[in-house]
Design a protein around this ligand. Structure first.
Ligand code: NDP
Length: 448
C-alpha cells in the first residue's frame, strides 16, 4: 500500500465521525500524490503526512452567557491550531448552529494550504462555536462574544494565533471580541483581523474575499482566452463573500443574476441590485424576501428540500459563496447541461468531491476555494502588517496588493498543475503549491 493510502486509512479510522474533515483530507492527499511519491521514503520516515493531518493543538471550551430573559445559555467554543510551520495560526471564527469539531478541523486543515498559497507568513487555524447569532439582540451577541473571548484570550496573541471573521462573525462580533481581549490581557495589539477602521482595521478587508475571488476568476479566464465582460453569473449566498463578489463581478462587466440565503434564493434577470442587497443583509439583517419585495424584476424562491436553487439557472460562470457542500453532483450536471464554462469557489469546500470531478471531466474551468477565496486571509495578513507598523494603508494600496497576490496565486497554481498534474487541474495545482512550502518549513524545523 502506498504511503498516501496508509495515512488516508489511518486518518479515516481515527476521525470516523468527522465527514467534512475526511473529505478535505481525502482531496488534498490524493492530489499531492506525485510530490509524495517523489519523496516517499523521507516523508514516511519523518511521518510528514501523519503530522500535517493532526492538529498541533485543539482547544474546546464552555461558553456560558445570559440571554435577555435572564436565562443562562451554554455553547461550546473551539479553536483548532492546526499548523504553525510558516507563521502564527490564522483563520476565522465561525458562529453557526452546525459547528462541531469536525467542521472546524476541516476548515483549519484547508487553511494551512490556503495561507501558504498567499505567499505570506501565516499558519493554519480555525475556530468557532455552535452559537446561532440569528435573532439575538445586540446585548446577547455582546454577552456571548465576551464569554467566548474570556477563554479564547488565553490561547491567542498577535504573534501566536490571530483569528478573523467567518460565517456569523462580522465587524460587530469582532469588535466585541477585540474589546474583551484588550480588557483582559491589557494589550492593544493586532490579535484579530477584520477590525473596524477606527481601531486598527484595514481598508478593503471587508471587500477582500469577494473581490479576490473575482481577481482570481478573471486571471483563470484570461489564461484561457475568455473575457469576463458580458458573462452571466450565478452566485449563492448573500453574506460577506457573496455581496462583494457580486459587486466586483459587475465592475468587471459581468451580470450576476442570482443570490441566496439559508431560507431562499433570488433570480433577478436584470442583474442583482447590490446596494439593495447590502441594505437588506448588512444593515437590516433581514431575509431575501425583503429584497424581492423592493425589486419588481426579482423572483423569490423558498428553499425546499431536494431543490437545487441557484444552480438550475442558465449561466456562464458559477460562484458558490455560501457554505460547504452546497453544490452537489446533480447541481454540477444541471450547470454543465446549461453550458457553464467556469466555477470558482468563494466559500470553503462548497463543491462536493463528485461534483468537482464532474466539472473537471467536462472541461469546466474549476477554481478551488483555497486558491480563489484566499484574498480574505491575504488581506487579513496585510492588516497584521499595518498593525505591526502602526500605519494604515489606503484602499487603493491594499486593493493593488490584493490584486497582485491573487494573480500570483493563480500563476503558482497554474505552474504546479502543469508540472505535477494535468494542465488546468487547478485543484491539484493549489494543493501541491500550498503543500510544498509548508512541508519544506516542517522539514527544516525538525520533529515538532
Ligand atoms: P456570512 O455569514 O457573511 O454569509 C454566509 C451566507 O451563506 C449567508 O447568506 C447565509 O445565509 C448563507 N449560509 C450560511 N450557512 C448556510 C447553510 N448551512 N445553508 C445555506 N446557506 C447558508 O459568511 P461569509 O460570507 O463570510 O462566508 C461564506 C463562506 O465563505 C464560508 O464558507 C466561509 O468559510 C468562506 N470564507 C469566508 C471568508 C471571509 O473573509 N468572510 C474568507 C474565506 C472563505 P443567511 O443570510 O440566511 O444567514
Amino acid at each position: 500500500m502506498s504511503y498516501v493510502d496508509e495515512v488516508l486509512e489511518r486518518v479515516k479510522a481515527q476521525n470516523a465521525n468527522e465527514p467534512e474533515f475526511l473529505q478535505a483530507v481525502d482531496e488534498v492527499l490524493n492530489t499531492i500524490r506525485p510530490v509524495v511519491e517523489e519523496n516517499e521514503e523521507k516523508f514516511k520516515r519523518d511521518a510528514l503526512l501523519e503530522r500535517i493531518t493532526e492538529p498541533e493543538r485543539q482547544i474546546k471550551f464552555r461558553v456560558p452567557w445570559v440571554d435577555d430573559k435572564g436565562q443562562v445559555q451554554v455553547n461550546v467554543g473551539y479553536r483548532v491550531q492546526f499548523n504553525s510551520a510558516i507563521g502564527p495560526y490564522k483563520g476565522g471564527i465561525r458562529l453557526h448552529p452546525s459547528v462541531n469539531i469536525g467542521i472546524i478541523k476541516f476548515l483549519g486543515f484547508e487553511q494551512i494550504f490556503k495561507n501558504s498559497l498567499t505567499g505570506l507568513p501565516i499558519g493554519g487555524g480555525k475556530g468557532g462555536s455552535n452559537f446561532d447569532p440569528k435573532g439575538k439582540s445586540d446585548r446577547e451577541i455582546m454577552a456571548f462574544c465576551q464569554s467566548f473571548m474570556t477563554e479564547l484570550c488565553k490561547h491567542i496573541g498577535a504573534d501566536t494565533d490571530v483569528p478573523a471573521g467567518d460565517i456569523g462573525t462580522g465587524a460587530r462580533e469582532i469588535g466585541y471580541m477585540f474589546g474583551q481581549y484588550k480588557r483582559i490581557r491589557n494589550l492593544y495589539e493586532g490579535v484579530l483581523t477584520g477590525k473596524g477602521l477606527s481601531y486598527g482595521g484595514s481598508l478593503a478587508r471587508t471587500e477582500a474575499t469577494g473581490y479576490g475571488l473575482l481577481y482570481f476568476t478573471n486571471e483563470m479566464l484570461k489564461a484561457n482566452n475568455i473575457d469576463i465582460a458580458g458573462k452571466t453569473i450565478a452566485v449563492s449566498g448573500a453574506g460577506n463573500v457573496a455581496i462583494y463578489a457580486i459587486q466586483k463581478a459587475q465592475q468587471l462587466g459581468a451580470k450576476v443574476v442570482t443570490c441566496s440565503d439559508s431560507t431562499g434564493w433570488i433570480y433577478d434577470p436584470e442583474g442583482i441590485d447590490v446596494e439593495l442587497l447590502r441594505e437588506v443583509k448588512e444593515v437590516k439583517r433581514a431575509r431575501l424576501t425583503e429584497y424581492a419585495a423592493a425589486r419588481s424584476s426579482a423572483q423569490y424562491h423558498e428553499k425546499k428540500n431536494g431543490e437545487h436553487g441557484v444552480w438550475t439557472v442558465k449561466v456562464d460562470i458559477a460562484l458558490p459563496c455560501a457554505t460547504q457542500n452546497e453544490l452537489d453532483l446533480e447541481d454540477a450536471k444541471a450547470l454543465v447541461a446549461n453550458g457553464v464554462i467556469a466555477v470558482a469557489e468563494g466559500a470553503n469546500m462548497p463543491t462536493t468531491l463528485e461534483a468537482t470531478k464532474y466539472f473537471q471531466d467536462n472541461k469546466v474551468l474549476f477554481a478551488p476555494g483555497k486558491a480563489s477565496n484566499a484574498g480574505g486571509v491575504a488581506t487579513s495578513a496585510l492588516e497584521m502588517s499595518q498593525n505591526s507598523e502602526r500605519l494604515s494603508w489606503t484602499f487603493e494600496e491594499v486593493d493593488a496588493k490584493l490584486q497582485g497576490i491573487m494573480a500570483n496565486i493563480f500563476k503558482n497554481v497554474d505552474a504546479a498543475s502543469k508540472k505535477y498534474a494535468t494542465e488546468r487541474d487547478y485543484v491539484s495545482g493549489a494543493n501541491i503549491a500550498g503543500f510544498l512550502k509548508v512541508v519544506d518549513a516542517m522539514q527544516a524545523q525538525g520533529i515538532v
